[in-house]
Design a protein around this ligand. Sequence first.
Ligand code: SAH
Length: 273
Amino acid sequence: MNKRRHPLDKPARSTRTAPTGSALGPGYSAANSNTRIHGPRPFTLPQSPIRTPDAPAVNLGLNSDRLRLQMVHRLREQGITDERVLSAMQAVPRHLFVDQGLASRAYEDAALPIGYGQTISQPWVVAHMLAVMSDGRTLARVLEIGAGCGYQAAVLAQFVPEVYAIERVRGLYDQARLNLAQGRARGRVRLSFGDGMQGLEHRAPFDGIVVAAAGVKIPEALLHQLAVGARLIAPEGTAHQRLILIERTGPSSWHRLELDDVRFVPLRPGTQT
Ligand code: SAH
């Protein structure tokens, strides 16, 4: 057992108030989302130009380039400026990572259920986390905790040569493997089944770490697996969650910044078979 003090143990310095509204879409609960929560001030999304197609999911492939273009356009309007992230989101067919019955909703700015009480993250959340984590750096090796259906790992793999992703639910791990095998990310994502709270010690250090599930505290093992100068982004908290950005500034120093209010599925220890 590691008896060291958690490197980020210090009094909370946030004075911000709890959010009063949420941006959760229909069909899933607050405890099941991976979305941004808008703060007290009302935030209006740009009018969605997407009409939900009535055609079955199998036909979506024909329209999906255009639907993704519209999704990327919305992401730009919502403040995402990192061109590598935007072109990665344009390249990955999100509809292939959700159940066929939900494929027609794949390009809405919403989290969607993927089974086992988990969700594929909202596109804005994926784009924002990856943009903030990479911050213009060239990343050779990145770790994702909470692969789910594999979507975010596939997006990462468009601009990162070595992506490691860990999933703790066996059924989702199997699904992610299938999803990743059929896409252009093949070979660039090394997926493991296990508890991501431990990280992947034997592959560390990482040029970036992205955590897609919220723990009470960011696991200490992950902080030690960051390269010096690299960034980790993770949601933290239980009822009230916030995105936390951590930059490793030296061998034993980390800088912590609190960002947006969010709602993520919980980070859980161990595995589920
Ligand atoms: N990255 C996904 C989001 C999936 S939701 C996307 O592309 O949309 C978050 C995932 O984290 C869930 O699948 C959940 O099972 C997983 N998870 C939670 N705790 C975990 C842990 N300790 N290790 C690995 N995965 C974990």
